[in-house]
Design a protein around this ligand. Sequence first.
Ligand SMILES: [Zn+2]
Ligand SMILES: [Zn+2]
Length: 459
Amino acid sequence: MKKNGSKTAALALALWMAAAAVCAAPTVVYASGEGAVSAAEAAAQEAVEISDARGLLAIADAPEGAYRLTADIDLGGIDWQPLVFKGTLDGAGHTLYNLRVTKAGTQTGTTKDGNLKVYKTEFAGLFSAVEKASVKNLNIVGAEISMESDTHCFAAILTGSTDDSTFTNCSVQGRVHMINHGINAGVAGLAGYGWGVFDKCSADVELVFEDRYRNGHCEQFMGGVLSCGMATIRDCSVTIDGYDSCHGYVHNGGVVGMFYHCGLKYSHKDVTGNRVQGQIHFFEHNKDRRAYCTGIIGERLSGCRTYTDNKAKFKRDETFNYTKVLLPETCEAPRYTETVTPSGCADWGYTVHTCEGCGYHWTDSYTPPQHTPGAWEATDRVSETGGSIEQRVCTVCGEVTEERVTSDGVSASDAVSPSDAKGLFGWNKKTAAIGGSSALLLAAAAGVILLFRKKKNRR
Ligand SMILES: [Zn+2]
Ligand SMILES: [Zn+2]
């Protein structure tokens, strides 16, 4: 993430958006079905719908429930309390943005180091712990996990720990920073500690770990997907920028810090088809040096069942000055400039903070894609009840964002909300992303036709 221009950030975001669109694709197939609906699908369709932060926090009241997101959700301004989760969550391709976590979950658990020594441990992330849970089609962008822990602690954007859970088509983007005074501790993109299945997930993360217990010989773990544990990890992609200052033993991997059974019987241990890009800067201040740090798995204490087609473009950057904590920001007195990119019809907005001295930058304050509706205008169409139809058109892309019937007294019930219109025109987003005004006009015109065909069909 360091010393890249904001154009790179914009490109990364565009690529991320493309990935998010791909993530959303299975949901579309899922919704349309193939005639017969399986029991699992039926259960999923009865899931509790979540459209705001309050709904998400209410998972704490029924952690074993089935949930589905129906909107992107802004978590900005919330001092997030990490949740325990034991149910199913279908993000349906939606995005949680501006998550801020500064404290662990209220429920502690146990972790084990490489010698199976047990530590009472706290966990932090969107979830502190997931147990036999399933999370799919969920995106998290602009996350900031910032922990200072007096004890053993694992933190990641999605979950601090995972107990036999599955993660499919999930993506995380953000920063995880930890100052730790304990011994068994780690930071990761998706999950801190435990075991599970990660399928087609991605992480674009800055991970920072600072060990403050100089005489404790910490067991430190850092991984783009999982910091310590055993998992099947298939077709995941990681972009990582890691900084690890440790006075004990480091276990750093682009995908997994330490691959280890943790004393549990677990059969999922295939690591295949993963891609990593990035670097981890670290020191291991310890006479008994091991200095595990590689692009895919840092230390393989337990073997994988299969380990094929994993590729890393990875820099292992070890230093031997143990007095200076390794951080992405290298200036004594940094000064930042903020560049705000507003959201567009199909693009997320965000703010890039750039250090004037060293060029270090990060991105936060995401805003979701939105149209710019113009004034209400008359059309020559009439509703079924004979009323005049008015519409609003986006002044940027020409998409119809809203319509209403004005003269027959049923405007409220017959109005199409912008979100409904967006749903009907889901395909239009892709056209807009390609750009080109003629394509946009064509798409907008086709969109209008589509809208009224759909309305007619409904009647
Ligand atoms: Zn700087
Ligand atoms: Zn628009």
